[in-house]
Design a protein around this ligand. Structure first.
Ligand code: GSH
Ligand code: FES
Length: 91
């Protein structure tokens, strides 16, 4: 993303982090303004040209439009909940 969830530096990054924060999920972020190498190289690696990018367990989910649409569709919460279940093995 550009900036941080507390201080986003772009409307798209603000929107996607607000969705995730409002849902109460914890997430890590990388500020690509502070990390120009990542800003330069991640689009090729991801095959996705822009920021923000939501990644879950090593998979690119999409940018602001896709995540917003998935949120409206009700697809986002189950996707993240299932990812958390598979990432944290049962005791
Ligand atoms: N439609 C895009 C909006 C994001 C976007 O257009 N990002 C641009 C402007 S912030 C971007 O990352 N450009 C490349 C760059 O700034 O490195 C989405 O759904 O995420
Ligand atoms: S920084 Fe200008 S549109 Fe994101």
């Amino acid at each position: 993303m550009k900036g941080s969830p507390e201080n986003p530096k772009c409307g798209f990054s603000a929107q996607i982090s607000q969705i995730l924060c409002n849902l109460g999920f914890k997430f890590a972020y990388v500020d690509v303004i502070e990390n120009p190498d990542i800003r330069l190289q991640l689009p090729d690696f991801a095959n996705w040209p822009t920021f923000p990018q939501l990644w879950i367990n090593g998979n690119l989910i999409g940018g602001c439009d896709i995540v917003t649409q998935m949120h409206k569709n009700g697809e986002l919460v189950p996707l993240i909940s299932n990812a958390l279940k598979s990432a944290i093995p049962d005791e």
